[in-house]
Design a binder for this molecule. Structure first.
Ligand SMILES: [Zn+2]
Length: 303
């Protein structure tokens, strides 16, 4: 029994690691489509959740998972709306959110933060997983870039992409569908799971915590939230995530201050109530390690 659950856990890790593994079998992946609110839908397959705006102007998507899933994603989009795909917003550069750019970039305009274009067009190395990603083909690069924010006026609402510095990476955008009252958080939000924070790409665990705090303060109580990974969420879920970040960072910081080394801090673990948060691809040990590296400045290479 234990072996089976360990195998299953291993499989889950492999699936969720996604962008870190070049060879994957996508044949059995199904794209699930959910109406969120107003013009906005959410697609789940493998990799980051996709946000979709549909209406009289056509289709805009937020992130596009992996290239081998492009035809399945296209089918799911046409089941919602027959209009043309006009825009792709990328929440950050990771391949489980931008892999489809190389297909959809031929027909739609890709928009993202300046650092997303920088990172997609050059070789990237993530030391935490010892993984190197080659530059993406030019068709996959964003053609419109922004530093602070950009608005797309589309399907009767303002769709605003706002940059928050040094959170999951240094190129994160949060997408606000202002009339539909939906927000796509990108990988600033892993619902109910410890997040990956990409320190090599300018991410920072305390920056992430502070960004989430600012975003929570601005969101209306009844907003619907699409996380980068995990199920459709509410503001209460995002508050729980923020609380987890605050508490676990404080715990690790206090132990570092007390002169404990990483192995000791890992051995002491985190409160039992967070056990289920470590069942995704960032285990409790990995999350402690990421916090440790981020606050001590280890393993941080940045641009
Ligand atoms: Zn990511």
């Amino acid at each position: 029994m234990k072996t089976i659950s360990m195998l299953l856990a291993g499989l889950l890790v492999l699936i969720t690691l996604g962008f870190l593994l070049p060879q994957q079998n996508f044949e059995n992946v199904k794209i699930k489509s959910t109406h969120v609110a107003g013009n906005v839908y959410m697609l789940e397959g493998r990799g980051g959740n996709i946000g979709v705006s549909v209406g009289e102007d056509g289709i805009l998507i937020v992130d596009d998972q992996f290239a081998p899933l492009a035809e399945k994603i296209r089918k799911a989009l046409s089941d919602i709306n027959k209009g043309p795909l006009k825009f792709i917003l990328n929440t950050h550069w990771h391949g489980d959110h931008t892999g489809g750019n190389r297909v959809f970039g031929k027909e739609a305009t890709i928009i993202a933060h300046t650092n997303v274009r920088k990172r997609l067009s050059t070789e990237q190395h993530i030391s935490f997983f010892n993984r190197t990603t080659p530059p993406a083909p030019k068709v996959a690069w964003p053609v419109i870039t922004f530093d602070q924010s950009v608005s797309i006026h589309f399907n009767g609402e303002e769709i605003r992409a706002m940059h928050y510095p040094h959170g999951h990476t240094d190129g994160d955008a949060v997408i606000y569908f202002t009339r539909s009252n939906v927000v796509h958080m990108g990988d600033n939000f892993f619902a109910g799971r410890f997040p990956f924070v990409d320190l090599d790409s300018g991410g920072d665990v305390e920056g992430l915590r502070d960004n989430i705090g600012k975003i929570i303060a601005e969101l209306p109580e009844d907003v619907k939230i699409i996380p980068g990974h995990g199920p459709l969420s509410t503001l209460a879920d995002l508050r729980t995530f923020h609380q987890m970040l605050t508490e676990t960072i404080d715990i690790v910081k206090a132990r570092v201050k007390a002169g404990k080394d990483l192995e000791t801090i890992k051995k002491e673990g985190l409160p039992e109530k967070y056990a289920s948060w470590g069942t995704g691809f960032i285990s409790t040990d990995r999350w402690i390690h990421l916090i440790y590296n981020s606050i001590t400045g280890k393993d941080r290479h940045g641009p």
